[in-house]
Design a protein around this ligand. Structure first.
Ligand code: FES
Ligand code: FES
Length: 151
């Protein structure tokens, strides 16, 4: 099927199998490999992208379900070689952990800040509850999101 949607501010058309998952369309067809696959079962949040303003696990969505929608991936955060304030804040606060969980953490945080530019600690924790890291921790990430919001 011919799938048409908007990704990172550009209209795209891709010819894909209707059963192909969005994460595979992004990574294989559009070469947007910043979105990572962890569990592939909707449990870890590594594959989070923003669809029409909401943080969504792209491993649970089929490509055809995003027809006509607006998607942002981790690649959208850097503009003109300038990192987004969230990315800068993650670096400043030591919140960049591994390459698997960080893109998803950033996109869930971005979706939160798009709706709420002054979230409470509780609201940040709720926004990140679908993003798992079993090896490090969440304190620095919560601090980074809070500090990006204050900028
Ligand atoms: S890879 Fe999608 S939630 Fe884990
Ligand atoms: S899963 Fe990335 S640091 Fe734990």
């Amino acid at each position: 099927m011919l799938l048409e949607f908007r990704v990172n501010g550009k209209d795209v058309k891709v010819d894909v199998d209707s059963a192909k998952r969005l994460i595979d369309v992004l990574r294989d067809d559009l070469k947007l490999t910043g979105t990572k696959e962890g569990c592939g079962e909707g449990e870890c949040g590594a594959c989070t992208v923003i669809i029409d303003g909401a943080a969504v696990n792209s491993c649970l969505v089929l490509g055809h379900q995003v027809s006509g929608k607006e998607i942002f991936t981790i690649e959208s955060l850097e503009k003109d070689e300038e990192l987004d304030r969230l990315q800068k804040s993650f670096i400043e606060n030591g919140a960049v952990q591994c390459g698997y969980c960080t893109p998803g953490m950033l996109m869930s945080s971005k979706a939160l800040l798009m709706k709420n530019d002054d979230p409470s600690e509780e609201e940040i924790k709720i926004a990140l509850e679908g993003n798992l890291c079993r090896c490090t921790g969440y304190n620095k990430i919560v601090k980074a999101v809070k500090s990006a919001a204050h900028k």
